[in-house]
Unconditional design. Structure first.
Length: 128
């Protein structure tokens, strides 16, 4: 049986891509990799991973995902910093979704910083 393709759009099987981050066998090396893995967690309905990768100063106490939202694609538009040696970075993306038969997209510029040596999502600003 073929492996499920990773929702992040890498073309790799999930277990060779974001799945390794989701199950804890790997950590994100860059802000972009964390952003991709967080998108995949949204697409797969994994609020635990999303909370675990959220910066402690901005993390909500709980996260309930809307089961009616189906994430359908990710386009990375720009990155700043966020490399292996960086302490912070931004990733601009457009995430497409479908809900109640309608399509839409979330266009955001997300900020990532290192906390305890690991990349964490700090916050994001919607881009119009």
């Amino acid at each position: 049986m073929p492996s499920l393709r990773c929702p992040c759009g890498s073309g790799l099987p999930l277990d060779e891509c974001c799945g390794r981050l989701h199950d804890g066998t790997a950590t994100a090396a860059t802000a972009e990799q964390l952003m991709r893995s967080r998108y995949s967690a949204f697409a797969l309905g994994d609020p635990g991973y999303l909370l675990a990768t959220w910066h402690s100063t901005t993390r909500p106490p709980v996260l309930e995902l809307d089961p009616d939202v189906h994430w359908t694609g990710l386009d990375l538009l720009a990155t700043t910093g966020g490399t292996l040696l960086s302490a912070e970075g931004t990733v601009e993306f457009r995430a497409s979704y479908r809900v109640s038969g309608r399509t839409g997209a979330q266009h955001e510029r997300s900020r990532f910083v290192r906390e305890d040596g690991r990349w964490r999502y700090l916050d994001g600003v919607s881009v119009t």
